[in-house]
Design a protein around this ligand. Sequence first.
Ligand code: 5GP
Ligand code: MG
Length: 176
Amino acid sequence: MGHEDIESVLLTEAEIKARVRELAGEIAESHGDGELVAVGVLTGAFVFLADLVRHLRNPVRFTFVKADSYGDGTRPGELRLTMMGEQDLRDRDVLVVEDILDTGRTLAGILAILREKGPRTLRSVVLLDKPARREVEVQADFTGFTVPDRFIVGYGLDHAQRYRNLPFIGVLGVGG
Ligand code: 5GP
Ligand code: MG
């Protein structure tokens, strides 16, 4: 397969595909058929976002956010968001799309900043949830899969910017 660094496959391409389709159904059901603004969290969410939105029949506008934490290097610092694309979220139905919920800091920070922009509704979808490492109390409105406390790659998720294009999700082996 050419993926010697992958210790084990956690979620196959077929499993992901089926679940992403279901998630789109859940989202469409809860939102109705109105317009959405999808907010993709760079970089990891780009694969999930692209597959998810192609199952939605709603009109969708897009924006992408890059979240950077400014701290002293020992503690998590203040989260700053750079937004690319649609900026005006006032009275819109906003859906944040993220790859994985880990400590929860990133999603919690993004939701807090976006809430100040006055959206009509603000919801979030994460493909993966790793509840074992949660530090901040935050839950996504829609979750694809719950995963164990392992470092995983593929389907958008990287290690040192590699593996994002794997069509499956796997556990990275030691030394990988
Ligand atoms: P949080 O603020 O919830 O701790 O961070 C979430 C971010 O950490 C994700 O967007 C992702 O970039 C990164 N992350 C957390 N767990 C993993 C993992 O198992 N693999 C990879 N590749 N990234 C992870
Ligand atoms: Mg990320």
